[in-house]
Design a protein around this ligand. Sequence first.
Ligand code: TYD
Length: 201
Amino acid sequence: MTGRFITLEGMDGAGKSTHIPTIIQVLEARGIEVVSTREPGGTKLGERLRELLLHETMHAETETLLMFAARREHIATVIEPALARNAYVLSDRFTDATYAYQSGAKGVDINKIQTLETWVQVILQPDITLLFDVPVEVSMQRLALARAPDKFERETAEFFTRIRQAYLRRAEENPARFRVIDANQPLENVTKLVQDIVATL
Ligand code: TYD
């Protein structure tokens, strides 16, 4: 048995977090230890950085650096130790989100993100990434009905369109790693798709 690193991605409002309990259930039923975590966050320091990232206005490169600072801590203290004992790590967002939000939507130079990725991750990459994809109007409608928005969730339709496009581009460039899930359908259909994918991991 070996560990697996699974990440969940998608625009705000795509519904990815809804599926976390299902994924944990399917894996634990097979006797697998699951470490469920999130970014930004996942550690005590990371959660403090998350508070700043989600609520303070800052330069897009500052934001990128803080995302990777939180990620460095997360990898060292949570992700790598879990994988080393053959657990499965399930992370609600990881570096694809930095490509989508900070580069795709906010225009940070992609080469700078690649440099930080290599610095912080060396060779670590998710084994599989579930991308929950919905049209921008759907994600914005869902957000409007949800709780008080954080700073990312108050953005415009153009901003969300750039995020969606950047995520789909990442999926095209990394076809072996990505599973793109059409999340614009009844929840039970999406749950079934997620269960089928997780059953193969
Ligand atoms: P999200 O994962 O949607 O959490 P919640 O479901 O609690 O709202 O919120 C995290 C926000 O952080 C989201 O808007 C995307 C943003 N983000 C980035 O901009 N870059 C990153 O690298 C990561 C990990 C997240």
